[in-house]
Design a protein around this ligand. Sequence first.
Ligand code: NAP
Length: 498
Amino acid sequence: MRSSLGKDRICGVVAAVEARGMKRQLQQALRLTRTVELRLDWLRNEREVARFLAWLRRFQLPAGTALLATCRRIEAGGKFAGSVADQLAILRLAIECGCSWADVEIESAQRLRAGGLRRLLGPGGRMVSYHNFVRTPRKLETRVKRLEQAGGTVVKVATQCNTIADSLRVLKLASRKVRVIAVPMGEAGLPARILALRAGSALAYAPVENATAPGQVSLEEMKRVYRAGELNARTRVYGVIGNPVGHSLSPRMQNAAFVARGMNAVFLPFLVRELRDFLGAIRPLGIAGFSVTIPYKRLILRFLDDCDPLAAEIGAVNTVIVHGGKIHGYNTDYVGVLRALERRIALSGSRVLIFGAGGAARAAAFALARSGCSVCICARRPARAKALARKVGGEAILRARLRRENFDVIVNATPAGMYPRADESPLEAGELNCRLVFDIIYRPLKTKLMQLAVRRGIETVSGLEMFLGQGMAQFELWTGKRAPEAVMRRAVLNALKK
Ligand code: NAP
C-alpha cells in the first residue's frame, strides 16, 4: 500500500526524551497540521518508546492524520544507539500503532537485500533519506537515484547549506517528478526551507518544540508567519539581508503587513555571508525587493544599477527594489527618523544633538538638517563628528561641552544600551539638557537612557517608532499600498515580548 503523506504539506516534528513530552507535542502539533513526524530516536530508552507507542495505539487520531515514524541512528545524525535490526523493529511497531510512513536513512536501507525494506516495514509507506550535516555535496541527482534504488517511494535529501547557492541546488531537486522532500539545512538555507513547498517539495519540516536540525523555524512560524503551505509561483518574494539576521523583527512585521493587505507575498530572513552569493539568488528565487542591514548598507551601493540621490548622499542603502532584473537602492532610515519625531515636535527651527556618527547617525543628520533643524553632532571620535557635521551644514560638539548646552532633542544613534548590555547608557543624566530624548535602539523598548530622561522629566521616543517608520516606508515602496501601521506595530511588539 502506498500511503498518503497527508493533506498538510507542513510536517510538524515531535521530539522529546519522554513519552509524556511526545504525547503533549503531538497533540500540540495536531492543532496546526495533520502531518506529523515522530522522532522516536529522541526517546530516552526502550521503555519510553514502548510506553509512547502503546499510548499511540489507543489514541484516537483525527481524520486525515498522517504520522511519519523516524528512529534515526547515531551514524546518520540521530540519537538511536541500537542496531539496524532494532531500528526497523521499532519502525514496524510504530506502523502497527498508527504511523503510515517510516523514514529510513540510506545508511540503514543499504544494508538490506533488495525488497528487504518492503518486507520489514509491511504496509507502511517507505521514505529513504540522505542527511549531510556538514555540507551540500555535488551531484545531488545521483544521491536521489540511490535513495530510489534503496527502496524509497518518497525520498528525502537534507543537507547543510553553507551558502544560498547551496540551498538553490537543494531546491532544484524538489521540482523533479518523483516525490522528493528537499530540506535545505542551516541558517543560510532557511529561506529555501520556507520556499521548498512552492518549489515542489513533498513536505517541509518544522519542529513543535525542540529543533532537530540546524536552521529550522518553528511549526507556528512556518504556518502562521511565513504561510509556507500557501506560497505559489505567483507569490512575490521579499526579504532582509544581513549577518547576523536571525534577530531581525522585519519578517514578523512585513509578513503581518502582507496578510493585512491580502497580498500573495512573503518576507524571508537571508543570512548573507557574501553579497554576491545573495545577488545570484535574486533571479532564481524571483526576489522582488529586499531590506539591507548590518554589514551591507554601504557595500550594497557598489552593486546597484541605480540609487536614489538622497541615499547616495547619505552613503547608505537599506531598501532595494528589483525591477526588470535591475536593482534600485533607497534609504528609508531617513523617513523612519522623521516619522518618529514629527508627531512629537515641530522640527523646523529645533536644535538637535545627534550622539554617534555611524550609519544611523548619518541618516538622522541628513533627515533632520533637511527638515530645518539646526544639527549638532557629538561622537567618541571627534573627527568623525566633524566630518558628518560638515556634510550636513551642522556643528560638531565635544562631549565635555554637553553639560553646558541645551537642545530641543537629543538622539542616541549608537548601539550603547542595546540588549544584552541594557544596563549601559551612552550619556549621563547631567548631559541630558533637552525636551525630548530619542533613543534609536528598540531592544529594550525602554532603554537606560530613556529611564534617565524620564527621571529628569524629559519626554522620550523609542527606536521602535523609527523601526516602524522605516519598515512602513519600505512596504510602501515595494507594494505601492499604504502600510497597515497598527498591524505592523502589534507584530513587532508581540515579537519583542517573546
Ligand atoms: P554604526 O554605523 O556601527 O555606528 C555606530 C556609532 O556609534 C559609531 O559612531 C560608533 O563610534 C558609536 N558607538 C558605538 N559604541 C559606542 C559607545 N559605547 N559609546 C559611544 N559611541 C559608540 O551603527 P549604526 O548602523 O549607525 O547603528 C547604530 C544603532 O542604531 C544600532 O544599535 C542599530 O541597531 C540602531 N538602528 C536602529 C534603527 C531603527 O530603525 N530603530 C535603524 C538603524 C540602526 P565609533 O565610530 O567610534 O565606533
